[in-house]
Design a protein. Sequence first.
Length: 154
Amino acid sequence: MVVRKFGEEISFQNFSVKIVSEINHCFFCGSKYKHLAEKRNLTLKELSQYPLLLLNQTSYERRMLDADFKKQKIKLEPIMDFTYHAPIVYLVKQGYGIGYTLKGSIENELKTGELFELNIEGLSLLHNLGIIYNSNYLSVGARKLLEIIDNTEI
């Protein structure tokens, strides 16, 4: 996996890709599975033995997870899958399983100790968010957006 940096621009054919953000995902649990968060490195094989609450197979996050599990020849079988993150967070808090979501969306719960991040070995948790465009066909608004991104520092 190639990690790109904010503002980096990559070109292919007639299109350009500008990296605008890094997105970090994490597996997390509530107090029922807190003992897993205390382990230094949980393997995907160990993780697959627990009830997993994940996004459905059409989501980008799930496809990336499926690929990581497949690389290690482990079948990913969640007990439930969802179309958005909120019910996953709610059910994990209630003790129904282990969830996977955008780390930034549960940052407060991780800080307060309501949820616990799991340390998983052999998993790609960092992904990039980018804008794909053809510079020959940009509207005034699209040009302004790219200008704002170019002038933004993280």
